[in-house]
Design a protein around this ligand. Structure first.
Ligand code: CP3
Length: 343
């Protein structure tokens, strides 16, 4: 494992200013992204092309003085490997064959590591070619969020089919979650062994979980994933991101086993300091929408985050992915403010 600023924070070592990186930093807000993407016939092929993964992961490092590179891939590569016919449709987003209740035979016997070998190769190349002071982050979707896409077949307003499946007494939903846990463990293990310094678990639809089932589907799958990784001797830090989970963030921070909690942009950091497990690192949580237009409050809002988290273990980030409209110059300004803090 490399010694760098993010790892220092996890190791409780002092850092002058917090490390900084951005969710979706390798995406469409950088014009060059489109020329890399145009070299493959579709988004899935892009995510299966080692050379293009390496290029796009490194792309933000050309523009920004940041402390991490997140490997270019997508959480939906697991449903793709499970033969759900995943496609990314312009203007719609991801679509796939919706799962039919009780259709669990599709879940078995998928050699996920083999199917995602280009990702494994890319991480190995990346770790030996990016600077030592930059952390390499591997990731996966949380089982709940993957199940949401697999059951609905696309993003929907309130994920009613998935919530119906949870309340029904059939056990196929549990079987689906259990299979997803296994696949997530496999690909996180693969990424750690290929050179990732940190792992992140994205639960983008955590706010759809009925509170009655929060422990079962918001906490327990992540806890099992982390326990299994530790049993396989994967000991690197793990960041959890239960998006907009509100009051449920409290027990998630104590019970899931994550080393760091990533916060969405709605969370008041003073509330977090009072309520979140003080033994874990906090990541976040600037609103990515603040990086779109000219913003007279940018300086103030970044400094407020820095002042509030001063002397706490903190990784500066946005509270959700950068959007295509985010401006490079605004992002550069944020980095400058963060890097100059306390110096
Ligand atoms: O830079 C990075 O952060 C690394 C790469 C990354 C992507 N997706 C690339 C991508 C990561 C970490 C993800 C995670 C991901 N993918 C999540 C969790 C984070 C979140 O946003 O909540 C989710 C829910 C997905 C599923 C997904 N993939 C959606 C809903 C979309 C469509 C988004 C849109 O606005 O069109 C994608 C496509 C996708 N994944 C793009 C990128 C750069 C855009 C693809 C393109 O058109 O070029």
């Amino acid at each position: 494992m490399y010694n760098n600023k993010i790892i220092n924070v996890f190791n409780k070592e002092n850092v002058s200013s917090p490390p900084i990186w951005f969710l979706r930093q390798a995406g469409r807000h950088i014009p060059e992204y489109f020329s890399i993407r145009s070299q493959s016939k579709n988004f899935i092929d892009f995510c299966l092309n080692t050379d293009l993964i390496v290029q796009s992961t490194k792309l933000p490092l050309k523009y920004y003085n940041i402390d991490a590179a997140i490997v270019f891939s997508d959480i939906l590569m697991i449903p793709w490997a499970m033969k759900r016919n995943v496609q990314f449709v312009k203007g719609v987003g991801p679509v796939m064959d919706p799962m039919i209740p009780n259709e669990t035979e599709i879940l078995n016997d998928i050699d996920i590591k083999n199917l995602l070998r280009p990702l494994d190769k890319a991480l190995k190349i990346l770790r030996s070619s990016i600077p030592n002071h930059v952390s390499l982050i591997g990731f996966a979707g949380a089982p709940w969020t993957l199940a949401c896409y697999m059951i609905e077949g696309q993003s929907t307003k309130d994920f009613l089919l998935t919530r119906k499946a949870v309340w029904s007494s059939n056990n196929w939903f549990n079987k689906l979650i259990d299979s997803l846990i296994d696949y997530v463990v496999d690909i996180l293990e693969m990424q750690a062994n290929a050179g990732a310094d940190v792992l992140m678990i994205f639960d983008s639809w955590a706010h759809m979980i009925p509170s009655f089932f929060w422990k079962d589907f918001g906490i327990s799958p992540t806890k099992k994933i982390i326990n299994n990784l530790r049993k396989r001797n994967i000991l690197i830090p793990i960041i959890g991101f239960p998006f907009k989970a509100g009051s449920s963030l409290i027990n998630y921070s104590y019970e899931s086993g994550v080393d760091c909690l990533a916060l969405d942009w709605t969370v008041d950091l003073n509330w977090a300091i009072k309520n979140i497990n003080p033994n874990i690192v906090i990541q976040g949580n600037l609103d990515p929408a603040s990086l779109i237009d000219n913003n007279n409050n940018l300086d103030k809002s970044v400094k407020l985050i820095l002042d509030t988290m001063n002397n706490k273990r903190h990784i500066f980030n946005v509270g959700h992915g950068l959007t295509p409209e985010c401006k490079i110059e605004n992002i550069k300004k944020v980095i400058e403010i963060v890097k100059n803090y306390n110096n």
